[in-house]
Design a protein around this ligand. Sequence first.
Ligand SMILES: *[C@@H]1O[C@H](CO)[C@@H](O)[C@H](O)[C@H]1NC(C)=O
Length: 189
Amino acid sequence: MDQFRFNKILILIGALSCLLLSTVASARHLLAAPVPLELTQFCSGTDNPTLCVDTIAPVLAGNFDPVRAVEGEINATLQKASEIAASISKQLEDPATAKEALDALNICKTQYDDMLDSIKEALNMVVQMNVMEAYRKMSAVISYKSSCDDAYTESPGVEMPFRQEATTLFQLSGNCVTVLNTIVKTTTV
Ligand SMILES: *[C@@H]1O[C@H](CO)[C@@H](O)[C@H](O)[C@H]1NC(C)=O
């Protein structure tokens, strides 16, 4: 086979695998699109049902499983809390950060570190089917978040740079608490 023909075949193979990959990707997208009715019901009692459905739907595979669904929402909370914790650490290390902001940032660093531990423990509890303890751990997340908020309230003139993110975190953790509470109420006699 001459070099020219060989190159043409390579290009053809490349084009075909691109086509195949994009077909697989869009088929996946189509499969992920319909939200199971059980998930809509599962999230309906929360304060942020749309956020609840949007964060859990992508991790659900096959039959609806409430434990896996709540695990998905706790994972989403962990992800958001990790992003905020990283942002806090970055600002603490940045010499350009205003001195007036350091007190609040230091308090928030402690609160978010403890929060991350609490979320990870909640995940372990859910995996071990200890829903009651997971509920307690996720309730604590909201207290840690509030303590960080308070640190900013007590620092006049200092703006919380991650306020929007913290609001999303509050909504995600609130959703976890609500669904965990529902599971506790429906599974214990
Ligand atoms: C949650 O995260 C853990 C650790 O990354 C993973 O093993 C698990 O599959 C995730 N659960 C869901 C429901 O996405």
